[in-house]
Design a protein around this ligand. Structure first.
Ligand SMILES: [Zn+2]
Length: 129
């Protein structure tokens, strides 16, 4: 099973994008960013006044309570996207015959703990290797 960008959202603004939409996404490690956010962040880092402003305060310090509440579902959607990506990554590793022991080793957990975390969700019930 190949990992795809379909159905993903921008981890920075929450916009849905990827193939089949008019929102291009790029990224890695589960996080995705849309071209609008790239343009916005690029503009900030190349504008000394804006860069200085974002260094002084965190974005949530400038948000209204309504904006803070409205952002919570986006934070959780982004977090869930990253967890799902980790699952897809483990599925890919298993397809390449990487053992549960090796997956556990890189995660700093036992083979059993790695299997319990990921195999039950992927349908991979092989407890061996
Ligand atoms: Zn975005």
């Amino acid at each position: 099973m190949a990992i795809k960008r379909e159905g993903r959202l921008c981890s920075f603004c929450g916009t849905s994008g990827g193939p089949g939409t008019d929102v291009d996404l790029v990224g890695g490690l589960g996080a995705q960013i849309c071209t609008s956010c790239i343009d916005e962040f690029h503009a900030i880092v190349h504008d000394e006044e804006r860069t200085s402003s974002v260094r002084r305060t965190m974005p949530w310090d400038r948000m209204s309570t309504t904006e803070l509440v409205a952002t919570l579902p986006q934070i959780l959607a982004s977090a869930e996207q990253n967890v799902a990506f980790a699952q897809e990554w483990v599925d890919m590793l298993r397809e390449r015959n990487i053992s549960w022991a090796e997956i556990g080793r890189v995660l700093g957990v036992s083979r059993q703990a790695a299997w319990e975390r990921f195999a039950k969700k992927s349908g991979d019930k092989s407890a061996t290797a």
